[in-house]
Write a protein that binds this ligand. Sequence first.
Ligand SMILES: [Zn+2]
Length: 541
Amino acid sequence: MKRLVTVSLLFCSGLFVFAQQQKPKLVIGIVVDQMRYDYLDRYWNKFGNDGFKKIINNGFNCKNTHYNYMPTYTGPGHASIYTGTTPENNGIIANDWYDKKNKKMVYCAEDVTVKTIGSESAAGLMSPKNMITTTITDQLKLNTNFKGKVIGISLKDRGAILPAGHKADAAYWFEGGDTGKWISSSYYFNELPKWVNEVNKKNSANTFLNSPWNTLLPIAEYTESIADNNTYEGTFSTEKTPTFPHHLPALRDSNDNYSLIKSTPFGNNITTEMALAALVAENLGEDEITDFLAISYSSPDYIGHQFGPMSVEVEDTYLRLDKDLATLFAFLETKFKKDELLLFITADHGAVDVPQYLIDNHIPAGYFNKLKMTTDLKAFCLTKWKVDLVENISNGNVFLNHEIITKNGFNTSQIEQEIANYLLTFEGVSQTFTATTLKTTIITENIAANIQRGFNQSRSGDVIYVLASGWINAGYKTGTTHGSPYRYDTHVPLLWYGYQIPTGATADKIIIPDIAATIAILLNINAPSACTGKPIKELIK
Ligand SMILES: [Zn+2]
């Protein structure tokens, strides 16, 4: 049989490709929330051989992979990976955005028409309905006549729901507070499967929270980070200093009980436990029809926000995550040959170093006073047009009141331009764009193109402003955030392993939408409906 294949490959390679039926039995997508690319290098010498290193040494490393839009937030990031396009098309323009039609904020995964499954709270009123184009997981469903299983798992609802797509078998997320359970929504089913109840009954979160968070290695070995006690890090509520050991049992009461686990590396442990339980109980990858498990590790994001990229806490989180990945990969190896599995690891955005840390080290950064800008802009409108035209400012979008504009017969594009010019007078604002420009001019290069790819004509605002490099909104006195179009927020890991994946690396620029485009070619299925990515050429030879 082997010789026959070789012969046909030699003489009729085109036919061979079409004749072959083999596809991976299972695709595993792993998103690490807020993982910057440079962490791979920074912590490399401390990683074991069976986690990140195993994938890099035996798979393919796309070293120069970037988000190609603003805002680089969690909801848009997960949506972009799986829809193979950007907010311009998939509609996920932020985590929460201002809904122009209903004049209220809307959450990216909210859906008031469904019910929570597994809890009495509103934490399950969620679905992917706000994501308006298909995902690679939807395409797998369509291609397999809905026989390929698709499951999403993440502490965050949006990290589970958006990747799993519109026709998923399930998405599970973790409810904190006093619940401490994996829950879901009636969008998928009316009761939790038995195996999920069993995972919940085991209540591993409780076990983890009953011990302190100590460093994995002796703390003196955390040489890639700044001193454990520093002024750039946030503490847990009621904690005196942001230092190890973090006494989790004593902190539970003042930090919303089970929610505390989200901001510790043990949030990754329970996510891995849930993923392994799903693999076994749902028989993922057991038959010839490709299944898809989308895992998102949310804890690195919570920890990154609180402590910042230079903290011992973040370093410890990645050393521990490396062990989680090793556990997951070891399990997969017992069930699948390398070419029966297609696996990728990426992140939903990066993060900026704590701006005060940058400022103290003479690196451009700052804290933007959005409150002052809002007050001043409203005053500017009153002076200029005798009426407050500003309806909402969120995610760098200024939403104008179009009823007032129409009623007064104002010229919309002229108002947009005057406001855009005015916003440029604020320290910390580096660029502004009007909706009129973004709707009428195709921008192909630079940060401006990222703004356009993050701009959804029916959902976005009337004037978009971009903060300068290193700047974030004031209010974060400690810790950091993300959301910008700059490299620290756009550059993320992209690692591939398994089915038809060669060993190697590229420094060619890859954009996040290329992920779904590549999976579509590898699985021989249609790309997502609005996919704007291109297959990564090294992976589809
Ligand atoms: Zn995120």
